[in-house]
Design a protein around this ligand. Structure first.
Ligand SMILES: Nc1ncnc2c1ncn2[C@@H]1O[C@H](COP(=O)(O)OP(=O)(O)OP(=O)(O)O)[C@@H](O)[C@H]1O
Ligand SMILES: [Mg+2]
Length: 376
């Protein structure tokens, strides 16, 4: 077990600035996810921690020891990548046992360790096979098993379960989470799958363009995104973002956009009448109704996507497209069809405001709810 500290880490490949000035600390035994779009620098950061890539500048410590210039095998890290190579001339069981045998474990100890891991990773039935007799998903799980059985200080995994089928991936999410907690080994896991990150991670490090956007628990990142990027990257379907202008209507501040106006709970400092902002609202909080009444705006239904329990409704409003997510029963009852006019409401408690230029969060949703909770 060991903490991982990364300080002012930079990696350039010629003109490509893959990682700029990244710094964070992962605590002992923590399970941290690197989440971000393709090309944002996740793999590059992980490979520098593994020792497979030299940083342009910066420092990396594992368990308080400066490992920046150490070879991978002197860092005592276990790794699994998207493409893994098993020893082709050894059976699956021997592939799994090899890291233990070289460390002097007895045959009985090896058998015991292997048994549990093979059971949990659902590879117990292929232990006697050779690597070329495995499916892609099976060899991936053997590679994960080979990493898990050895006593590394840190586990590094890059898109380790992305290629598995949906059901197996769900199973692996649960098992990896369980194994990581049982073994207590500090784990850094790269993914662009936010469901993996949200369900497995103790904390999520959100990256974009080679820089850290936010480092927090899954709930923090979801509820209190630091900026527009995090807000629209985390959450599926993603948060609706509407360009708007701050106005006063009567004594009340509203954010007015081409399709209507939404009331604001409060006006964050620095915003005045005429300020340009981006308004964020998650699809699950957009309220749709038949036209009429005191609406925040109206629009036209452009598409309906039934998803079993829920229905996604795409609405065109004032030149913007937004999505609402509602229970299928409710969508049915409303009788929406493509082309129908609908009214839109945006509950005040669920609105976010972002700075137009820099994207920082100016107003967090849940604001008034929290005040109410504190008062209760
Ligand atoms: N060896 C290299 N030479 C030049 N550029 C590279 C090299 N390796 C990575 N890059 C660039 O560095 C940036 C970050 O790449 P990286 O592989 O870290 O992204 P990633 O976040 O892992 O993306 P993905 O989700 O697609 O795996 C990209 O722009 C990539 O093209
Ligand atoms: Mg990658």
């Amino acid at each position: 077990m060991a903490s991982v500290l990364v300080h002012q880490l930079v990696k350039r490949f010629g003109d490509v600035h893959a990682v700029h000035d990244v710094g964070f600390k992962v605590n002992d035994g923590e399970f941290v996810f690197f989440l971000g779009p393709s090309g944002c620098g996740k793999t590059t950061t992980l490979r520098m921690i593994a020792g497979l890539l030299m940083p342009t500048s910066g420092r990396i410590e594992i368990g308080g020891r400066n490992v920046t210039f150490l070879r991978p095998r002197h860092r005592n890290v276990g790794m699994v990548f998207q493409q893994n190579v098993l020893y082709p001339h050894m059976s699956v069981a021997d592939n799994l046992a090899y890291p233990l045998k070289v460390r002097g474990f007895t045959r009985a100890e090896v058998r015991e360790k292997l048994g549990e891991v093979a059971e949990r990773l659902r590879i117990a039935d292929v232990l006697d096979r050779m690597p070329d007799e495995l499916s892609g998903g099976q060899s991936q799980r053997v590679a994960i098993g080979r990493m898990l059985v050895r006593q590394a200080d840190v586990f590094l995994m890059d898109e380790a379960i992305s290629h598995l089928d949906a059901k197996l991936r769900a199973h692996m999410r649960t098992e990896l989470r369980h194994l990581q907690k049982t073994l207590g080994v500090t784990t850094l896991f790269v993914s662009h799958d936010q469901l993996e990150a949200m369900s497995m991670g103790d904390r999520i490090l959100v990256m974009n363009d080679g820089a850290i956007q936010q480092f927090g628990t899954p709930q923090e990142v979801f509820d209190r995104p630091a900026n527009r990027f995090v807000a629209s990257f985390v959450g599926e379907p993603h948060m609706n973002i509407l360009p708007a202008e701050i106005r006063y209507e009567g004594a009340r501040p509203v954010a007015r956009w081409a399709g209507g106006a939404m009331p604001l709970p409060d006006l964050p400092r620095g915003l005045v009448e005429g300020s340009l902002v981006d308004v964020g609202i998650r699809p699950e909080h957009v309220v749709l109704a038949a036209p009429g009444g005191s609406d925040a705006g109206h629009g036209r239904v452009e598409a309906l996507e039934p998803l079993g329990a829920e229905c996604l409704v795409t609405v065109q409003t004032g030149g913007e497209t937004l999505r609402a997510r509602l229970p299928a029963v409710r969508a049915d009852r409303l009788g929406f069809v493509v082309g129908a006019m609908v009214s839109l409401q945006f509950p005040r408690d669920h609105i976010y405001l972002f700075d137009k230029a820099g994207g920082q969060t100016l107003l967090q949703a849940g604001f008034t709810e929290e005040l109410r909770l504190e008062a209760a």
